[in-house]
Design a protein around this ligand. Structure first.
Ligand code: ATP
Length: 321
């Protein structure tokens, strides 16, 4: 069996009695793009910082290529590149000058290092542009260039698409696919945007209130999306009552439409149409839809988060949001 390139076992971090990360065991194989997803405050950054040996776990351990991470194991990080906060760049210097300075700070002797990352990150068109004039997407690109300068096998990125516009997100997505597919770099990427990450990730881990509540392969994700029947009428509250009386539970969703997950209703939308029309409702829209990924993400957090919360109540204190 393939040995994981990154692994955590029962990883836990407690801050003043609060479990920021709670018994997280995850495993990432070489070549994966692992999407680590959670809402703000879920425990993503804390997990990444422990993986990088920046903070010490309260319990449990992290492993890189099978070797345990500790503050003393700095040679382990020769194979790891990371970007865990908004990347710093000297605003008055060009992209190339920023990279040259970083190379000197990191004491890298490879004379081709700067040219190589400019090529790899497709920064050629911007290499003589001052950092202060770069788009946010290209600032991230410059940050990733620095993270890859020493040719690591693994790249850890904390919320790299945060604050990017849709075009910037697409650019970073394509870049990561290229790094993974054409350069064999294993990528661990945290985000709160499931649908953005699901498009490139091979594996997904969902963390909530410090607990890993789900770990799946992205290709399985589509199979887990629920179907629902979307119903629009000119009067949702009376339509809801009519459906409830017929034993069909439904509710108004965040888009203002009535929706139901009732299996019979989804199988026979014509029955629903008849029921509503016979009770004098004007039906304006009726469609069976697949749940979208964001809704799935929030449903998982609600369902499994609540179960976990009950299971560990007494051990988790309330968090500040
Ligand atoms: N140094 C610290 N001292 C006390 N509590 C902390 C510390 N660092 C993080 N926390 C708490 O741990 C929890 C997890 O935080 P963390 O930053 O890991 O979450 P996150 O998923 O990365 O969220 P975000 O996307 O908002 O950064 C939060 O409740 C946070 O307030």
């Amino acid at each position: 069996m393939m040995k994981p390139i990154l692994e955590t076992k029962h990883l836990t971090k407690i801050y003043k009695g609060e479990r920021a990360v709670d018994d997280v065991s995850l495993s990432i194989n070489k070549g994966a793009i692992y999407g680590f997803l959670g809402l703000n405050g879920a425990g993503k950054t804390t997990t990444i910082r422990m993986l990088l040996g920046m903070i010490r776990p309260t319990h449990g351990s992290c492993f890189i290529k099978g070797r345990k991470v500790s503050q003393a194991s700095s040679d382990l990080f020769k194979k790891v590149g990371y970007m865990v906060e908004t990347p710093h760049a000297y605003p008055e210097l060009t992209v190339r000058q920023n990279l040259e300075i970083f190379k000197r700070i990191r004491l890298l002797s490879d004379p081709n290092a700067v040219d190589r990352v400019i090529q790899l990150l497709k920064l050629n068109a911007y290499e003589h542009k001052k950092a202060k004039n770069l788009s946010l997407g290209n600032v991230q690109r410059l940050g990733i260039a620095k993270a890859l300068m020493h040719q690591p096998e693994v790249l850890l990125l904390d919320e790299p698409v945060n604050g990017l516009d849709p075009a910037g997100i697409v650019e970073i997505r394509e870049l990561l696919l290229d790094l993974s597919g054409n350069h064999g770099i294993t990528i661990f990427i945290s985000s709160h945007l499931l649908s953005e990450i699901a498009q490139i990730a091979t594996n997904i881990g969902i963390i909530h209130l410090g607990r890993l509540i789900q770990e799946i392969e992205s290709k399985q994700l589509k199979l887990l999306l629920n179907q629902r029947l979307i119903i629009n009428t000119t009067n949702h509250s009376t339509a809801e009552r009519t459906l409830n009386k017929a034993g069909i539970s439904c509710g108004v969703n965040k888009h203002g439409s009535l929706e139901t997950y009732d299996a019979n209703a989804i199988k026979h939308p014509d029955h629903i149409a008849r029921l509503l029309v016979e009770s004098s409702h004007s039906l304006t829209h009726l469609a069976v839809e697949k749940e979208n990924l964001e809704d799935y993400f929030l449903r998982m957090i609600k369902e499994k988060g609540e179960t976990n919360h009950e299971a560990i109540s007494g051990r988790v204190s309330h968090r500040r949001n």
